[in-house]
Design a protein around this ligand. Sequence first.
Ligand code: SF4
Ligand code: SF4
Length: 82
Amino acid sequence: MAIRLGNSCSNCENLTASNACKLHGVHVTAGYTCDSFEMKAALKNDPNCANCARFHGPTCANPQKAAPEMLCSHWAPNNNMA
Ligand code: SF4
Ligand code: SF4
């Protein structure tokens, strides 16, 4: 089973600055997700290797080909992005 990083609450449009889910009204962390996950527009609109959490890391699926204009199905959002 593939473990996916992308659907974390930390990348969800419904997460507030105080780490609360505005949809469910509870405190959440990066370890949570739910069926109402909605990826932040900033991540959804331009996924590529440059904003992939795996870029230049040991879990990159295509280390020989990875480049800013590239993308693969293993893309994972970088939590450091706003
Ligand atoms: S909607 Fe779901 S995935 Fe999004 S912040 Fe709330 S609990 Fe997390
Ligand atoms: S090749 Fe895939 S896993 Fe590697 S940095 Fe690019 S999108 Fe991420």
